[in-house]
Every structure is written in C-alpha cells, then in structure tokens.
Design a protein around this ligand. Structure first.
Ligand SMILES: [Zn+2]
Length: 258
C-alpha cells in the first residue's frame, strides 16, 4: 500500500488542502510504501532515524565542527528521546522511501510527519515540530496562517543546517538580512537582533556589555554560540506559531514566509 491511499481514504479534506499548498508532497506520498509495523521499530538501536541523527553528530565531531562535550550532550539527548519507545507510533526509512505505523490508520499528524521525512529528506533535528523544525511551517500553511510554500520550507531547513553546522556564517546572514530593519537603533550584530525581540540568548550571559546597550560596538566582536544560532531558528517557528511580531518580521526577512 502507498501512503497516498491513507491520505485520500481517511483524510480527504485535509488531503485537498495539502494538494492546494504542497502538491509535490502528495506526489511523494504516491511513491512512499507503507510497510507492516514490527516490534523492532520501537527499539532504540533499531530506530534508523535516531541512527541517522547520531551519524550526523558523529560527522560534525569528526570534522571538528563540534566539541566532544557538545557531541555527548546531543547523542545523550537522542538516546533519551528514543528511549520512550512506547510512544513510537510511526517511523520513516528515508532512503528506502518507506514508512510504517503502529496503528492501521495513523493520526493525520503522524502520517504527515513520516511522509514528510521522506519528502524533505530530513532527520528529526530539522523536520520535527518537537525541535522547532520545518513540520511546524507545514501545519501553519495548512491552517492558512501565513503564506508558506514548499520552497520556504526547504529554505528553512537549509538555514537550520547552517545554524547548527556553521554558527558564524548563520549569524552573518541574520545580520545582513535583519540589521537594516533596525536602522541605527542597534549595531549590526547578531546578539542585539536577538535581544531586540525580547529574547535573552545563552551567549550574552558571558558578555561584558549591558544587554540594554544595543549600540555598543563590543557586540560586533562577539562570536555567536551554537546554542543561540540553533535557538534563533527555534524561535522563528515558535514566534510564527504564537504570532510574535518580531519573529514574524525576522521570518520574512530570511525568506521563510512570504
Ligand atoms: Zn520523525
């Protein structure tokens, strides 16, 4: 059976909505095979998503992009999360274009989540709503909350990768796109942009600059912390979800919403 059959048979109205917003997604659903659920899918070390994700962090560690501490923190987090095996209701095998569901008719969000893995070719770190990933944008679009296209979601994923893999390049991009919006109210640097939204990022705790003094040139010398560049991305999707004015503007400037 192909995933499209579950969409059309059990969620006809919402499937029409997807057709309107993300037609290519349904083309993928036509190719994705639904395979029978197996007990092993609930076991952490048989969870290919978790393994993909751990491999991703291994690559970052091997290429010296993250410290051993960061690697331990992230892999421990993954193992902790997949440890809740009883909550596993679906799984995706991205390369094989297969999905599997614990229940014959999975909840709509689970169906979208697993097919979305295959369609966007992203692991949970970047796709899952739990981590502020692209899945949130997908649902916001279906609810007509913002004008969000397939291209916007792909751009968001590439920004998320950049934020995790190259914090400095990500921060530079944020400054280039967003700092002009504030004119001379701030110096063109990453942290003042964060602070202006009312968010207090982790990295400013070590700064010797008053967090109200957003025109202080000292901000220009500060290297962004990876926690904060990833946090910035998560604030974008959370901000859109909760109608935060600043994060809506930031999302527009970064090309995540139209
Ligand atoms: Zn997932």
């Amino acid at each position: 059976m192909k995933a499209i059959e579950i969409f059309e048979k059990h969620y006809p109205e919402r499937t029409e909505k997807i057709r309107e917003k993300f037609p290519a997604f349904l083309e993928t659903a036509r190719e994705v095979e639904v395979v029978p659920w197996q007990k092993e899918f609930q076991v952490a070390d048989k969870n290919p998503e978790a393994i993909d994700e751990i491999e991703f962090w291994n690559t970052l560690l091997d290429s010296g992009m993250i410290t051993r501490e960061e690697w331990e923190r992230e892999t421990n987090r993954i193992m902790r999360e997949v440890g809740y095996s009883s909550k596993t209701v679906g799984i995706a095998f991205i390369k094989e274009k297969q999905v599997s569901f614990r229940h014959e008719v999975p909840p709509f969000n689970v169906l979208v989540h697993e097919v979305g893995h295959v369609h966007f070719q992203e692991v949970d770190t970047f796709w899952s709503a739990t981590y502020g990933g692209g899945e949130i944008l997908f649902h916001l679009a279906l609810h007509d909350r913002y004008k969000i296209t397939e291209e916007n979601i792909r751009r968001f994923h590439s920004l998320y990768h950049l934020a995790v893999e190259n914090p400095k390049a990500f921060a530079d991009l944020v400054v280039e796109k967003i700092a002009p919006y504030f004119g001379d109210q701030i110096v063109p640097a990453f942290y003042p942009i964060c602070l202006f939204s009312g968010w207090l990022p982790f990295g400013v705790s070590s700064a010797e600059v008053d967090t109200f003094d957003l025109r202080n040139p000292k901000w220009l010398e500060m290297e962004p912390d990876r926690t904060d560049t990833a946090g910035f991305i998560q604030n974008l999707t959370a901000g859109l979800q909760y109608n935060d004015t600043f994060w809506i503007v930031y999302s527009q400037k970064l090309g995540i919403i139209e």
